[in-house]
Design a protein around this ligand. Sequence first.
Ligand SMILES: Cc1cc2nc3c(=O)[nH]c(=O)nc-3n(C[C@H](O)[C@H](O)[C@H](O)COP(=O)(O)O)c2cc1C
Length: 225
Amino acid sequence: MELYDVMRTTFAAREFTDAPLPDATLYKILDQARFAPSGGNRQGWHVIVVRERATREALAALTEPAARRYIAQQRAGESPWNSIDPTRVDAAAIARTPAPARLTQPFVQAAVVLVVCVDLKVVASTDQELERVGVISGASIYPFVWNILLAARHEGYGGTITTLAVAQEPRIQELLGMPPHVAVGAVMPLGTPVTQLTKLTRRPVAAFAMRERWGGAPLSEESIA
Ligand SMILES: Cc1cc2nc3c(=O)[nH]c(=O)nc-3n(C[C@H](O)[C@H](O)[C@H](O)COP(=O)(O)O)c2cc1C
């Protein structure tokens, strides 16, 4: 596929056919994805390739608590899991909110699940002393994660970056025998999508790009004509 077509059509696939994703194809995908950048080129990524049913079911179960909170907050009109506005949704409301199957079943249904981890011993987390949630560490793993999805799309496959299970990271580490300094960046179901979306919903450039300062004139189509 042409690069811009891949970039414009790599969607979050959550429903998969029974078609396999062979190790040889997975190897090819990872062999392209590894050219992603990382801070200082430290390449702190590790990928656990999960095919065993019991492990996938455990990952689906570990997704449930965060999925419940996500949906409960969404129903309350909040931006789920944001770190700025404290939630007004209480634990009881979260506990009685069901976790929708579309957030848990992809782990069981997909041909394979990749647990993409990052070794925090080699990540330069330059925002670690700021009084906000860390953002920079993710930048040493998500270009790699996204490259996996781009390469998968190119090969006719699809998947989703998922992070809900990471709220239960210590239990994922235990499940997969990971050392504590290795963080989970994403749990990615991959397979053949039931339908291949080609038109994604995204904001236009003028809605997010501005000139010179926050609130500056938008970089719009009209302004470049
Ligand atoms: C950082 C990040 C975390 C995400 N976490 C989840 C998740 O836990 N579960 C899930 O189903 N999708 C998750 N997604 C997928 C997004 O919902 C999806 O990329 C977005 O809605 C756009 O979907 P589209 O490309 O199909 O339009 C995540 C995406 C990103 C980038």
